[in-house]
Design a protein around this ligand. Structure first.
Ligand SMILES: [Zn+2]
Length: 472
């Protein structure tokens, strides 16, 4: 099956060119100026007036994650279908090691949940609940399975928290086997004290979720994680950064030549304490996630955009981890578990479908990012950072034909009414958008075309990953 995408503007992290793209089977077979070739195809896609871009790569999702007594409402089937609608053709989700069990058990459990259910290609990072002799050995075993990144938590004491000694031991192993350590960098010990004191004072509304996780709890942990990684000599990737003070720590480490990287997510760029967390009643629960969405008055959102433009932040992911405001048909009560006590609100929000279009809209559309930088932060760097390039993350001869055709001029309104994620609200309800994904190919097959979904569970394949291709 040969598909010819013609008369569009091909945009990659480095090029913007008028070109036709020939897809043969699952890969890109040719890129050439319109009229300069004699290619024939079984099918043509007219991309006149549109951008032809790589399928986006979301390196931070949590399908079906157990959290706080419930589960993230999107499973691998609904979550990857929604991702495709938003132009994302690869996800890297997090397999979880439950404390007391082995890493391999967690990996196999998550492989079982994903297999036969994903519409798009997928890989895994591994969340380490325990650091001990057994799990350190299993880090090597997972490298052989193509899991080349391990996530640790400085937050959530008693649940996923690791102390500095445990973190340091895992980092030493990463330095030895070439993997990357991903860090949830918040001082969870201090945060727990602040949360307990707030509840005692009767401060139970959702906005106290942000207020009890002030920026210094993120910047202190980020600083400490960088110091430990420098001491161990391993690459460090700080996930879901929201405080400008924390990103300043990443920037300073990078200026010293360290392999330290940072990601942020659309919610930290678009949402705020004042407008969202502090919304009347229980509405703010929609926006409870960790690290928290921060104060606009303190200027975090604009600072993050700027850090993205200057490559002090390298990646935009989603941390997609939705919970319904009303009852979920399978999982029942979700966000409302925390009515009357913000500490019981499940942490997480939807975004896997939103990210690629949002970063175009707020980045390119509002003059904060160039076109190529949009592709770099949403597609190319995520693929390089986690060992999937150039199979994923670009349009090049030989690359997987994961391609989105994007209309940069279409205007539309975001709403839970028109999204495809299995969650009953949108964080961006009513937002007037410019730019929309129109056609999506995954390894040459049309998943989205003419407003219809043609994918199926099981179309997506597991992606064993190489080590990071982004290191200094
Ligand atoms: Zn996460």
């Amino acid at each position: 099956m040969r598909t010819l995408i013609q008369n569009g503007t091909v945009v990659t992290a480095t090029e913007t060119m008028e070109a036709d793209v020939l897809v043969d089977g699952e890969t890109v077979a040719g890129i050439a100026a319109p009229g300069s070739h004699g290619w024939t195809a079984d099918k043509t896609v007219d991309a006149s007036g549109k951008l032809v871009v790589p399928g986006a790569v979301d390196v931070h999702t949590h399908m079906e994650l157990p959290f706080g007594g419930t589960y993230a409402s999107d499973n691998f089937e609904t979550g990857t279908r929604a991702a495709a609608w938003g132009g994302t053709t690869t996800i890297i989700d997090f397999a979880v090691q439950v404390k007391g069990e082995g890493l391999m058990e967690g990996y196999e459990a998550w492989m079982g949940k994903a297999e036969g259910n994903c519409a798009i290609d997928y890989g895994f990072h591994m969340i380490m609940g325990d650091v001990n002799d057994q799990t350190l050995k299993e880090m090597d075993m997972l490298m052989d399975e193509g899991v080349t990144s391990f996530k640790l938590f400085m937050a959530y004491p008693g649940v996923l928290y690791s102390d500095d000694g445990e973190i340091f031991r895992a980092m030493q192993k990463a330095a030895e086997n070439g993997s990357t350590i991903m860090m949830h960098a918040e001082n969870g010990i201090a945060i727990d004290v602040l949360r307990e004191q707030a509840v005692q004072r009767g401060e139970t509304d959702p906005k106290y979720h942000t207020i009890t996780r002030p920026p210094i709890t993120e910047s202190e942990a980020t600083h400490r994680a960088i110091a430990l990684a420098e001491l161990a000599g391993c690459p460090l990737y700080v996930v879901h950064m929201s405080a400008k003070e924390a990103v300043a720590e990443v920037a300073a480490a990078r200026n010293r030549g360290l392999n330290v990287y940072g990601e942020t997510c659309p919610q930290y760029l678009f949402l705020s304490l004042e407008q969202h967390l502090a919304a009347p009643g229980f509405e703010g629960a929609k926006y409870v996630c960790s690290t928290p969405i921060r104060s606009e008055a303190e200027g975090h959102q604009e600072a993050l955009w700027q850090y993205l433009a200057t490559n002090d932040l390298q990646v935009v992911s989603t941390d997609h981890c939705p919970f319904c405001m009303g009852d979920h048909p399978v999982y029942g009560t979700q966000k409302r578990l925390g009515e009357g006590d913000f500490t019981k609100i499940p942490n997480g929000l939807p975004g896997v479908e939103d990210r690629f279009e949002l970063i175009y809209h707020g980045g390119v559309g509002q003059g904060r990012l160039g076109l190529n930088r949009w592709i770099e932060v949403c597609c190319t760097t995520p693929a390089k950072m986690f060992g999937l390039y150039p199979k994923k993350g670009t349009i090049a001869v030989g690359s997987d034909a994961d391609i989105a055709v994007f209309d940069p001029n279409e205007t539309w309104v975001k709403s839970a009414e028109n999204h495809h994620m299995d969650v009953d609200y949108s964080c961006y309800e009513g937002l007037e958008m410019t730019g929309k994904v129109k056609t999506v190919l995954s390894r040459g097959r049309a998943l989205i075309e003419n407003g219809e979904y043609h994918g199926a569970p099981g179309d997506g394949r597991y992606l064993p990953r190489d080590t990071s291709q982004y290191l200094i």
